[in-house]
Design a protein around this ligand. Structure first.
Ligand SMILES: Nc1ncnc2c1ncn2[C@@H]1O[C@H](COP(=O)(O)OP(=O)(O)O)[C@@H](O)[C@H]1O
Ligand SMILES: [Mg+2]
Length: 389
């Protein structure tokens, strides 16, 4: 996504109230900066609308944790500005830096940050006794007990924190964060230490707590399935920059770059040598397997020829038919040979070699297609996009 598109998007959202507005954030861990300075976060801008669940998604090392720590105030950015609830909490140019404990946030780190020398109840009550809005008296314990019950830890209040299972510690970390009554919850890969089954269960729970408490969430993960399942909006990051900001369905259906297409789900990406206007308002893109017709575009946008880029088609959008002896492939059809066929229960996953290029195809499990078989591939034009990069 270009800077101007990010800006246009941010302007669009100005009509809603934002819990967080981040503008031009850059962060280098180096002491002094020069032309070769490496930036962990390299000029990102995005909003987190009030009440939404927004996720920073990207591969390890792309700058997610650094971004979250800048929002929390645990790191100071090199450039840029952060607003929270309409107040500027960080501004590099004006040297403004509101301390973490003065910001309306609660952070759930990957390691939970639970104190082993305290009982469950005292861990939970900690932000009420020591946080921004300190309270005293019996209602603190009462409120903590209610919250423990809400997150499914009723009856465990007087155990030592170390006597909890991984999933229970995760719930305790969440209860403690919510008891600080934050405007924004910051969560850094909070489910990554749990096994796959528990992870899938807790991500649903986490999302429903977030809605129930009406708290805004900024969530970090490298797991695309988690991001798609939980988020209102996903911010895809790559090498310290924002690649795309969109709803989960839009990211999958209308990726804006080969990076996003490849990171979200799986995609066939064919480099384009040359592109011309094609039928049906589409583009005919010349690739190593031949000319492919691309007519998919995001609503309100056109498909236009330009230099380079990639054709992108998902495995489930490539049709296959047996090669009827002799009949030459029609337009937008490509002859190939099945290289491998993997039965995955609900579907059959094929790798088909055409013009020496491997193409991944996902088809009905009931079909009998075997390695060595000659077939014809047909990428569905309406599901084939032409990406600029
Ligand atoms: N404290 C630090 N000092 C120096 N470099 C760091 C520090 N923390 C992170 N980095 C570097 O910044 C980049 C982004 O890291 P990070 O924000 O942790 O990424 P992510 O959370 O997406 O995996 C990486 O190249 C990482 O090595
Ligand atoms: Mg990280």
């Amino acid at each position: 996504m270009t800077e101007t598109m990010v800006e246009a998007m941010n302007k669009d959202q100005d009509t809603t109230t934002n819990s967080i507005v981040i503008t031009g954030l850059r962060k280098s861990y180096e002491k002094s900066s020069n032309a070769d300075t490496a930036y962990a976060v390299d000029g990102i801008s995005f909003d987190v609308p009030k009440g939404q669940f927004v996720t920073l998604l990207g591969p390890s090392g792309c700058g997610k944790t650094t971004t979250l720590r800048c929002v929390a105030g645990l790191e100071q950015a090199t450039e840029g500005r952060i607003e929270m609830g309409g107040e500027v909490v960080f501004d590099a140019a004006r040297k403004r830096h509101v301390r973490p404990e003065e910001r309306p946030i609660a952070m759930v780190p990957q390691s939970y940050g639970i104190w082993p020398h305290m009982r469950v109840i005292d861990n939970a009550a900690f932000p009420m006794r020591h946080g921004r809005n300190r309270r005293k008296g019996p209602e603190v314990r009462q409120r903590a007990l209610e919250m423990l019950e809400q997150v499914g830890l009723a009856g465990l209040a007087d155990r030592w924190a170390t006597q909890l299972s991984g999933g229970q510690q995760q719930r305790l970390a969440l209860a403690r964060a919510l008891l600080g009554n934050p405007e924004v919850l910051l969560l850094d890969e909070p489910l990554s230490n749990l096994d796959a089954k528990l992870r899938a269960k807790l991500r649903q729970e986490l999302r429903s707590f977030q809605e129930q408490f009406g708290v805004t969430a900024l969530y970090v993960t490298h797991d695309q399935a988690e991001a798609l399942a939980m988020s209102d909006t996903v911010i895809v990051m790559n090498q310290g920059r924002v690649e795309q900001i969109d709803r989960p369905e839009r990211l999958y259906d209308h990726p804006r770059s080969s990076f996003v297409a490849d990171f979200i789900g799986s995609a066939n990406l064919f480099p384009v040598r040359d592109a011309t206007a094609g039928p049906a308002g589409g583009v005919l893109a010349k690739t190593d397997i031949g000319p492919i017709l691309c007519t998919r575009s995001a609503p309100g946008e056109d498909v236009r020829p330009h230099d380079g880029g990639f054709v992108c088609v998902r495995p489930e959008d490539v049709e296959v038919r047996p090669d009827d002896a002799g009949a030459p492939p029609a337009d937008n059809e490509f002859a190939g040979v099945v290289e491998s066929a993997e039965f995955l229960g609900d579907r059959l996953e094929l790798v088909v070699r055409t013009a020496n290029v491997p193409v991944t195809v996902s088809t009905r499990a009931s079909r009998s297609l075997r390695p060595g078989q000659e077939i014809v591939l047909r990428p569905a034009p309406a599901a084939t996009s032409y990406l600029a990069r």
